[in-house]
Design a protein around this ligand. Sequence first.
Ligand code: AHR
Length: 349
Amino acid sequence: MKKLARTGALLAVIMVLLIVTACSKTKDTTPAAAPAETKAPTVDATAAPAADPNKKITLGFSQVGAESGWRAANTKSVQESAKEFGIDLKFSDAQQKQENQIKAIRTYIQQKVDYIAFSPVVESGWDTVLKEAKDAGIPVLLTDRAVDVADTSLYVTFMGSDFVEEGRKAGKWVVDTFKDKKDINIVELQGTTGSSPAIDRKKGFEEAIKDSPNLKIVKTQTGEFTRAKGKEVMESFLKSMKSEGKKIDLLYAHNDDMGLGAIQAIEEAGLVPGKDIMIVTVDAVKDGMTAAADGKINYIVECSPMLGGQLMQSLKDLASGKTLAKRIVTKEGTFTPDQAKAALPTRPY
Ligand code: AHR
């Protein structure tokens, strides 16, 4: 009887041991199977995606619009460079509307492009859509214009001009040109409201003239970077200054196109651009340079639209595992009328 009880106890111990072993085996295998599906994707926007040198890169590019000669040259640069670098380019024109750019970016996310690049029409309001791109694992590159986001890891790099410096260059020229003159009335045609070039060119210019009490910005308004709006606003400046019994000494236009529109308004008012009213602009596109060579624009600060090659090269670099600088600044110059005349024959845009 005792022997039987001992055998029973032994069997019970063996059974318990078998159950425990089986349970611990189940416990071991569960975590190994789970992670691949359950792990939340952690994407670092600054890191390059897995490299496959033979895969054709697809880029979704959202352009601001077609508001200026500069923009036309920039679009051409992006499209031609994509062909040259063998990059599959999906291109959309946002017609100067932020909601169109947001839509385009969401479409590119759905299409699972490899990279997204865009030139943001305005600085703010990008946090949500850029987070969506980051969560989808698609690196975003900014060209030409900056965004104002709390988390800068939402984009890989920002390549383009230093707009504050452009404004400073324009302001320094004005300070030097009018240093011996009193009571200089300046009118300013700003770019698109809320855009980084409009904000920064204004800031740089104001900073450069701040210690010159003889220089005063008497009127400032947006001309939306277009020739038509530049003309319309300049007409209203001329009219209101006349009714106040004041004269305009200098026009500072944030781009050539608005300056060119203003030149028409000045000529229609019977005044001589470049003489009765001096003019400084930004861009240095062919039409602006021609007006400078003709003496109608007195000084142009260069802003290069030729960003396509740099953008495509950056994509290739990212795909091969390289890290890009967070900020890539374009090198640019300035032009007096004589320098514009000399540069025109070989000007590519
Ligand atoms: O963002 C660059 C600016 O946009 C150019 O200076 C202007 O011409 C364009 O519309």
